[in-house]
Design a protein around this ligand. Sequence first.
Ligand code: C2E
Ligand code: MG
Ligand code: MG
Ligand code: MG
Length: 288
Amino acid sequence: DLALRWAKQRGKNRVELYDVGYDAKLRRRTTLEHELRGAIDRDELHLQYQPVVMLPSVRPVGAEALLRWNHPVLGSVGPDEFIPVAEECGMINKLGAWVLHQACHQLSRWLAEGHDVWVSVNVSPRELHATCYVDQVKEALRAHRVPPQRLVLEVTEHAMAADVEELIRRLGDLRATGVRIALDDFGSGYSSLGQLRRLPVDILKIDRSLVVKPMVRVIVELGHQFGLEVIAEGLGEQEEMAMVVAAGCRLGQGYLSGWPVPAEHFEARLDTATSPGARAVAVPVQAG
Ligand code: C2E
Ligand code: MG
Ligand code: MG
Ligand code: MG
């Protein structure tokens, strides 16, 4: 993608190497940033819910809320692309607040309907470090009358790349509200098992990249020893599920046991699982 380009700058001619791909990326980024600013008001965002299931029965016990953006012209833009943009341009706090309220609203409805379920929400390090974040969480729980232990906040392991002491304080404050904390993407890079012991977390989500490795058994056992719930992420194949079950993992999440789906589809899944005579092994739900 490199092109030679004549640049006439500050009155002198010079030749520079110019990355055309970089230019395209920058334009895309600028567009996303601009469009994202109005996305909430234009009602372009929604949450999908992916079941967290018991293994091996695949009965759903919880749901991870995943943010979706459908733009009329750009089409569907994935969170892996727009969340980093929102983080860089300071919009993540506004997006995160929206997600938190949507998720609590949905959770309160499911609880009111008698479903025994929890919901998890992804939290960016940026949000975590805002001093008012704990109050936002308390306010969302109060406004929607959600018992705190029904809400899980997922913090990615990458947050540990920064100030670990500060992170420990922040998570401690959040946990004091009664919500549960999950360490997301565990094993994808930054954290050590030693640091894990010091983090005030309740749930360990083992990263997809680690699920196939022999060491998954060690992590599951250590997690349980530390008193943590352990969820194996990204179970897409039958063999992966068999492997984590053999490793002693009691909870899983992945395309095999359920795609992320809109709330009403997830609800149907809950009804199936809790109604009398429900199938012991549910059929994987495909995204609509
Ligand atoms: P994550 O929190 O680790 O979420 C799991 C991701 O793995 C989701 O991607 C999910 O669709 C995908 N996944 C689930 N099962 C499978 C599987 O069997 N195989 C494979 N290959 N993938 C699977 P998604 O929805 O594209 O989200 C990507 C990331 O974006 C999330 O990773 C999370 O870090 C971030 N994200 C999503 N929603 C939010 C949000 O509301 N706020 C923040 N701050 N971040 C979010
Ligand atoms: Mg997550
Ligand atoms: Mg994850
Ligand atoms: Mg991830």
